[in-house]
Design a protein around this ligand. Structure first.
Ligand SMILES: [Zn+2]
Length: 134
């Protein structure tokens, strides 16, 4: 795999069960989604750094109506999680009941996990980043 801090490589790392951000060795900024150039200082000296996966729930919504790709998954929760290292990421929140959102609280501790999702062929299955209550 190329070490370039591209979205394509970000998802390749997700497939390996690794949540990573682009780290700038010039100014120490972490970029997620990753970028080839540091969004803080424009340096090209970005490289991957693996994150802990520990975070805090900052916002969430329950999806009841989805497009055809995800229609079979409803209801499900999409959350914004602020990671311990600083960046925020959007992913599904699992391990909770989407029909009882009153039991989910902004500020709750969550932890990254990876669930296998089917691909067009068995060889093309992939991992999806999700968060679970910590
Ligand atoms: Zn930088």
């Amino acid at each position: 795999m190329s070490e370039e801090t591209t979205i394509k490589n970000y998802f390749a790392l997700i497939n390996e069960g690794k949540l990573c951000a682009a780290h700038c060795s010039s100014c120490n900024e972490l970029a997620l989604p990753p970028r080839l150039f540091c969004p803080n200082c424009n340096s090209k000296t970005t490289n991957w750094t693996e994150l802990s996966g520990e975070g805090t729930l900052r916002s969430f919504t329950v999806i009841h109506i989805a497009g055809t790709t995800y229609a079979a998954d409803v209801p499900y929760i999409v959350a914004i999680v602020e990671l311990k290292e600083g960046p925020a990421v959007c992913a599904r929140l699992v391990g909770v009941d989407p029909l009882k959102p009153e039991e989910i609280h902004v500020g709750d501790a969550v932890k990254a996990d990876f669930v296998e999702i089917p691909g067009p062929t068995p060889e093309e299955k992939a991992n999806r980043l999700v968060f679970r209550p910590a």
